[in-house]
Every structure is written in structure tokens, then in C-alpha cells.
Design a protein around this ligand. Structure first.
Ligand code: SAH
Length: 223
């Protein structure tokens, strides 16, 4: 049985995760909650970890990387405030799970993953679930992706020392950039909004993401 065919078997676990880890912690956006209840997280991890898919934590996806904790995915997607007709960029595609959630919230998503083998696996997982509005690209996301810019929202799924300039440039007017900013071991989920008055900045949850690498990230420090 494919992961997609088996997804009904974990519907109760998915609903409990949404209730206990998201609603109870203050995630309110009904579209985000519905997307989190719809997308099977177990289809984005290896077979051995599927039983742990709804735990309140990140899980290994190989190559030293992780699929983010469900709460952080929901929180970042909520802060992106995506409308159904909007266009989003994700930096740090990893397993493809957050890209799938973003795909439920807006019209189209470009996701960039630095590690090619992860991008290939993420693409397979998305295809297996019939998610067709997410394009997973291998490359350095700190440069953004000019071809499909500008973006109404950009969500960075790795911890950055500073904001990569290209991402600000590729934000549409009114666009939101959600990015964990700070040290390699502790960051603050931060939202930048591009308005006619310039960039507004607000800090939200403390968080721990894997480091953003590449030209606009921690460069080679973690390679
Ligand atoms: N959103 C992912 C989370 C993956 S963890 C998910 O839902 O599974 C963050 C990912 O960012 C890792 O896979 C890592 O390889 C990737 N990454 C780190 N630096 C990057 C960069 N400069 N460009 C693109 N991806 C990057």
C-alpha cells in the first residue's frame, strides 16, 4: 500500500496533533489548521520513522537534516499570511513537508533545497501525494529564485545569521519574509513586511532550526 493510500489510517493521529500541538499553543488560522490536518507528515519521512511522524518534534531526514517540528511549520505558515491566489518561495525544502503545506495555502510554491538527494526525495513524496503546484529545485536558496520572483511570501526553513539580501529584493510589495534569525543554536522567528514605508520587522517565537548554509547563510562553517 502506498503512503497516500495508507493516510486514512493516521487521520486520528493527525487530528490529535493539530489539536494538542497547534490549537492549544495558539495557532488560529483555520486554513493553516486544515492544511496541517490534511497533509500526511508520515509520507515525508523514512518507513522506520512513520510511526513517530506526529511526535511533537523534528525528525531526521538523512544528510544531517530534519523535517521541522509540526508546530514550527504551522507557525511559520501562519505568519506568512498566504492568500489562495498568492505565490510563495520556500528556502530549505528538506523533506518537502512544509512545501506541501504551503501548496495548500496558496496558488503556487517554489521550494529550493541545497542538498540534491533530499530535493529528489522531496519531489517523489510530493508527486506521490498528487501535489502539483509545488516545484522543488536543487540549489542555494539564499540567492532566491529570480525566474519566478516576486513572491508574496518567502519562508526560510533554516536558521540564518542575517537576512539574505536577494530574498528582500524578491519580495513583492506587501510581501512577507518569515525567517529564523540568530545564532546557530537558537534563533527568533522573525517576519519582515515590505511596505511603501520600507521594511517592517517583528520578532515572534524562539526556535531551533538547522543552519542556513550557502552564500547568504553561514557559508562553509557547517559544511
Ligand atoms: N522545510 C523542511 C525543513 C528542512 S530543514 C521540511 O519541511 O522538511 C532545512 C533544510 O534547509 C535542510 O534540508 C538543508 O539542507 C536546507 N538548506 C540549508 N541551507 C540552504 C540553502 N542555502 N539553500 C537551500 N536549502 C538550504
Amino acid at each position: 500500500m502506498s503512503c497516500n493510500e495508507a493516510r486514512a489510517a493516521r487521520a486520528a493521529e493527525r487530528a490529535a496533533m493539530v489539536d494538542q500541538q497547534l490549537r492549544r499553543r495558539g495557532v488560529r488560522d483555520p486554513r493553516v489548521l486544515a492544511a496541517m490536518e490534511d497533509v500526511p507528515r508520515e509520507c515525508f519521512v523514512s518507513a522506520e520513522l512513520q510511526g513517530a511522524a506526529y511526535g511533537d518534534h523534528a525528525l531526521s531526514i538523512g544528510e544531517g537534516q530534519t523535517i521541522s517540528q509540526p508546530y514550527m511549520v504551522a507557525r511559520a505558515c501562519e505568519l506568512a499570511q498566504l492568500g489562495a491566489r498568492e505565490h510563495a518561495l520556500e528556502v530549505g525544502g528538506g523533506s518537502g513537508y512544509q512545501a506541501a503545506i504551503l501548496g495548500k495555502l496558496c496558488a503556487s510554491v517554489v521550494s529550493i533545497e541545497l542538498i540534491e538527494s533530499l530535493a529528489v526525495r522531496a519531489r517523489d513524496a510530493l508527486r506521490g501525494l498528487g501535489i502539483a503546484n509545488v516545484e522543488m529545485i536543487a540549489g542555494d536558496g539564499t540567492r532566491g529564485h529570480r525566474e519566478h520572483a516576486p513572491y508574496d511570501a518567502i519562508v526560510v526553513a533554516a536558521g540564518a545569521p542575517t537576512v539574505p539580501e536577494a530574498l528582500i529584493e524578491q519580495l513583492a510589495p506587501g510581501g512577507r519574509l518569515v525567517i529564523p534569525l540568530g545564532e546557530d543554536a537558537l534563533q527568533t522567528l522573525t517576519v519582515f513586511r515590505k511596505s511603501e514605508h520600507g521594511l517592517e520587522r517583528r520578532a515572534y517565537d524562539g526556535c531551533v532550526y538547522v543552519p542556513l548554509r550557502g552564500a547568504g547563510g553561514w557559508a562553509d562553517r557547517f559544511n
